[in-house]
Write a protein that binds this ligand. Structure first.
Ligand SMILES: [Zn+2]
Ligand SMILES: [Zn+2]
Length: 280
């Protein structure tokens, strides 16, 4: 899995999630190994809906909407990280860079998000049309929905008074994550590439060495874990200048981030430049 600083940085800065809740969710998920094996819960771009449901309601009861969104974010990043470090994508990224794997990994992650919507919106629809547990179970038994291994636990969850709000929030969280996960996934891959010893010196903005030159470590939050990127001072200043021009034209911070970022730059570097531009 990616380091928690990367989980937290991307959740907070790209997906607007509250850091304090995500910190608790990270701890809850990673110290709960039975619930966490990404290998088991997300297979070929599909998150087993029954496994997702049991984990999601526990999180929802304790942390509500933002907790649910942090949990999805965490697991999707773990999944992206797993794809980015093992097998053919791991090999491509380690040797050639993120450009060779980013599109495939992104589409796996978005496939997972679409799958959640497809699996859970039929159940929400039944409830919204006045149906209940009986109608849901009937749909399951007629094989029109996904199969359930533990019907008793499943029915107990459907009886919870918050079930309709939970389903609505789950689908809403998925839709909101679609707006930001591309940046988070890219960030995870970039960190993976640039923390290799032989590429550590490379400035991700101009792809030339920072050895013996003026550079800064970005972002600040990654420094304690030795994950920060080395960016030429000059390159960072240029990004900041571009960001300032766009902010002056009336673009907001997120729009500026997307506009300044050229294909495979680590989003965190650009985001820090936007923040710097905002301050000056
Ligand atoms: Zn994890
Ligand atoms: Zn540079």
């Amino acid at each position: 899995m990616p380091e928690w600083v990367v989980h937290n940085y991307t959740a907070k800065n790209f997906c607007n999630l509250p850091e304090d809740i995500c910190v608790e969710i990270n701890r809850f998920i990673d110290f709960n190994p039975l619930e966490h094996d990404v290998n088991r819960i997300i297979i070929n771009g599909h998150w087993d809906p029954e496994a997702l449901l049991y984990l999601a309601v526990v999180i929802y009861e304790k942390w509500g909407y933002n907790g649910l969104k942090c949990m999805l974010h965490h697991n999707l990043l773990d999944y992206a990280h797993k794809l980015a470090t093992a097998g053919k994508y791991g090999w491509l990224i380690r040797n050639y860079g993120v450009a060779y794997a980013i599109n495939d990994i992104k589409s796996f992650v978005y496939k997972v998000l679409d799958g959640i919507t497809n699996d859970f919106s039929p159940i929400l629809k039944i409830f919204e049309n006045g149906g209940g547990i009986y109608e849901v179970v009937q749909k399951i038994e007629s094989d029109e929905l996904w199969s359930v291994k533990d019907l008793k636990s499943f029915v107990d969850i459907l009886r919870e008074p918050y079930i309709i709000n939970f389903l609505k929030d789950l689908i809403k969280a998925v839709n909101e994550l679609k707006e930001c996960m591309d940046l988070c996934v890219l960030e995870v891959l970039e960190v993976e590439f640039y923390t290799q010893d032989r590429f550590r010196d490379l400035c991700p903005i101009c792809f030339s060495s920072t050895y013996g030159e003026d550079f800064i470590l970005v972002p600040e939050e990654y420094r304690p874990k030795n994950l920060a990127f080395r960016v030429h001072k000059k390159c960072f200043e240029e990004l900041t200048k571009k960001a300032r021009e766009l902010l002056d034209k009336g673009l907001n911070e997120k729009e500026t981030l997307r506009k300044v970022m050229i294909k495979f730059m680590p989003p965190s570097i650009v985001w820090e430049a936007v923040r710097r531009a905002k301050k000056v």
